[in-house]
Design a protein around this ligand. Structure first.
Ligand SMILES: CC(=O)SCCNC(=O)CCNC(=O)[C@H](O)C(C)(C)COP(=O)(O)OP(=O)(O)OC[C@H]1O[C@@H](n2cnc3c(N)ncnc32)[C@H](O)[C@@H]1OP(=O)(O)O
Ligand SMILES: O=C([O-])CC(=O)C(=O)O
Length: 371
């Protein structure tokens, strides 16, 4: 038996959902560069679930379906209102809420393909409603009902703030959603696949995936980047902060990647958006600090920014609370998680690797009264 720490380099499954080959990321064969420039998030979800581009009618129907499912059962909103929202992290709330959502789906345990696709659609449609509802409830406000006339990206910002976003905000947020939608066998997607490979249900798979995304080595890094930027506070302070972090052997959040060693192809889009948005808000310091951190970390350590690094200043510039950054990642990644879950069901085998035993050799059992 061979082991590799963290399963580095191990090919654990075949998949047609997305690929990273020679540092090029594709969803079902479509290059992320094209999708980020030209596709709506709804179109990307369609591609991930169907393996091809929709025509205009198909896209209209699919977008309408997503919009129609966006309302969340009142019981789930009532549960949110009863939670200690000022004391817990939104990712813990989201993990609980998606699990609760499954309790109100009469088809939660129905396992045929159509039922599983409908569950994927429900979760994708309702996860923004849940995130925005608890954001508003914890501010003492009523949740805003989804507006089916708006795109997925615009509707999220509308439900979050209670007012319609401008075009720049919608374009930036849509791009961020497209860029986070899927990423081959990352930790949370693997978690989802392991979970449903026992023939457990879609809600369990997504709940498990949210738990894996929450950690700061994965999706939680975007919030951690914003915490670092806030602590630094000013471009003049970057150098001493980063030097201190290096001296203390601390990781710089938003840098490094298990697969990309020549840079994450998603980072450049987020860097550009960060520049554009911070210019617009008049708070260019968030972009300036980020660029200076990148210079120092890349020069000193050869590490490059990943998707989480510039997404922090993008979401901050969109006026989004910092602890909602990872839930937003989950909203987008639900499209990839569900695509992988459907793919796993379609060709399932239990995922059960082995562990190389490194514990003690044979030990003599001594009865309790003789110890
Ligand atoms: C959406 C996403 O999940 S993207 C990743 C988000 N996570 C982060 O941004 C957290 C910061 N980054 C990291 O912790 C890592 O780079 C990971 C988790 C992304 C990848 O981890 P691994 O593939 O296991 O790389 P590993 O941790 O072994 O790093 C290799 C070397 O680079 C160093 N390194 C890697 N990332 C960083 C970093 N961000 N800051 C400082 N040093 C780093 C490690 O300390 C290690 O050094 P060593 O060989 O001297 O011990
Ligand atoms: O692929 C990974 O390991 C992490 C990542 O970038 C993602 O999930 O988007």
């Amino acid at each position: 038996m061979t082991t590799t720490k963290g399963l580095e380099g191990i090919v654990a499954t075949t998949s047609s959902v997305s690929s990273i080959i020679d540092d090029v990321l594709t969803y079902q064969g479509y290059d992320i560069n094209d999708l980020t420039e030209h596709a709506s998030f709804e179109e990307v979800v369609y591609i991930l679930w169907n393996g091809r581009l929709p025509n205009q009618d198909e896209l209209n129907d699919f977008s309408n379906e997503l919009a129609q499912y966006a309302e969340v059962p009142e019981e789930v909103i009532d549960q949110l209102k009863a939670l200690p929202l000022d004391k817990v992290h939104p990712m813990a709330v989201l993990r609980t809420a998606i699990s609760t959502l499954g309790l109100y789906d009469p088809d939660a345990d129905k396992m045929d393909e159509e039922a599983n696709r409908t569950k994927a659609l429900r979760i994708q449609a309702q996860i923004p409603t849940i995130v925005t509802a608890f954001s508003r409830i914890r501010q003492g406000k009523e949740p805003v009902k989804p507006n089916s006339d708006l795109s997925f990206a615009a509707n999220f910002l509308y439900m979050l703030k209670g007012e319609e976003p401008n075009d720049l905000e919608v374009t930036a947020f849509n791009k961020a959603l497209v860029l986070h939608a899927d990423h081959e066998l990352n930790a949370s997607t693997f978690t989802a696949r392991v979970c449903v490979a026992t023939l457990s249900d879609v809600y369990s798979g997504i709940t498990a995936a949210i738990g894996a995304l929450k950690g700061p080595l994965h999706g939680g890094a975007n919030e951690a980047v914003m915490k670092m930027l806030s602590e630094i506070g000013d471009v003049e302070q970057v150098e001493s902060y980063i030097k201190n972090a290096f001296d203390n052997k601390e990781k710089i959040m938003g840098f490094g990647h298990r697969v990309y060693k020549n840079g994450d192809p998603r980072a450049k889009f987020l860097r550009d958006m960060s520049k554009q948005l911070t210019d617009t808000t008049g708070e260019s310091k968030w972009y300036d600090m980020s660029v200076r951190i990148e210079e120092l970390v890349t020069n000193e350590k050869g590490l490059l920014p990943n998707v989480d690094f510039y997404s922090a200043s993008v979401y901050h510039s969109l006026g989004i609370d910092h602890d909602l950054f990872t839930p937003i990642f989950a909203i987008s990644r639900t499209s990839g998680w569900t695509a992988h879950i459907l793919e796993q069901y379609a060709n399932n085998r239990l995922i059960r690797p082995r562990a190389e035993y490194v514990g003690p050799g044979k030990q003599e059992f001594v009865p309790l009264e003789q110890r």
